[in-house]
Design a protein. Structure first.
Lengths: 214, 214
């Protein structure tokens, strides 16, 4: 076990001053790093936070509620990252989309525990309103980039921006999940995952009538 | 706990007649179904198989070796499924690729435990030769479909078949992981995931010069 038992002062602070919630979230993230999302239980998080196994229930009704909180923070950080990677509105719309794609892959690589909690942790934005709102923030950035590109495409070949966003998300998610996560990588590929995604995105956009340099 | 303790005869059979290995694989698949891939431990699999916690080590050196065996069987079943879904060689190459895509999504939907073990279980074909061979069998089917399509594309717009296969795999994996797994689905989408994937694949192929009906 890599955790140490918090000392008496820490426990007292945690228990009396209302930051047990934060301590449980930290514990869950540490557990994900050690064992993956399915290794998280409320009892284990309580042990790491130095409180009784009953104490977490004042903050989280069950394990999935704790995981949803971690996933929510993951989506929040994720949205910040892709917003920062997107070029400002004056920039080329396609370059903006490529920046988002690179940030998606970079997040999977640098935050594997959060990525796993967000997408493989057994909690779903479909059933959690607050989590849904954080996930929506990230999706809106992608959707808005797709809308900008769509407006530059010939009318007879363009697709709804929502469909474009779902396709680009799926492609990004596939490349990131399969090829960007170190020894979880499914297969050695001949180019960095960022380049694989960029090439796939360009071919896809060309299929919608996009011509580079026009 | 949903498992029952095997009776004495079952344990005797398992222990003395060499099918403990199968019993441990069955236990791991049941545990994945209950708790996800990270919920699998050798000790828990041993308990379900009714043997001592030391007994599994005669068959699997650690938890990852057991998970690799489950993933290997998953890839084997997966390869059979996509081979059956692919049309025979005389059929249209694009229809064949679409059949593979539908089978990919169908597998994620109907075999969530195996899908999870194959792609989210922490074991990687990159570091396990036997697992790699099973995963390769599935990939070769996709690669061969892409080669057939590539041969029909105009020379100036076509891409290497390996790149096409990696793109189509990523798109399929993204759609299947994000949208095809019931309450793990990330977002309600306006069409079935099979249709989303088919539309994305067609747009992608059009970007490589494919023209439907030609």
């Amino acid at each position: 076990m890599s955790w140490r038992r918090p000392d008496h002062d820490e426990r007292k602070r945690g228990y009396h001053h209302g930051n047990l919630r934060e301590a449980l979230v930290d514990a869950a993230m540490a557990l994900i790093g050690e064992r993956g999302p399915e290794g998280v239980t409320l009892a284990e998080a309580a042990r790491m936070a130095g409180v009784s196994t009953a104490a977490p229930y004042r903050h989280f009704k069950d394990r999935d509620a704790l995981m949803a909180e971690v996933a929510k923070r993951g989506f929040s950080r994720f949205a910040d990252r892709i917003r920062a990677a997107r070029h400002p509105d004056g920039a080329d719309a396609v370059e903006s989309l490529m920046g988002i794609g690179r940030a998606y892959i970079g997040f999977a690589r640098s935050e594997p525990a959060l990525y796993s909690a967000m997408f493989e942790g057994g909690v779903s934005p479909a059933t959690d309103g607050e989590l849904r709102r954080e996930a929506d923030r990230a999706f809106e950035i992608l959707l808005s980039a797709c809308e900008r590109i769509r407006n530059t495409l010939p009318e007879d070949t363009r697709a709804p921006a929502l469909m474009m966003a779902l396709h680009i998300w799926s492609l990004s998610h596939g490349v990131a999940s399969l090829f960007a996560r170190g020894d979880r990588g499914r297969r050695a590929i001949p180019v960095p995952p960022e380049d694989l995604l960029e090439a796939g995105t360009l071919i896809y956009l060309r299929g919608l009538g996009y011509e580079p340099g026009k």
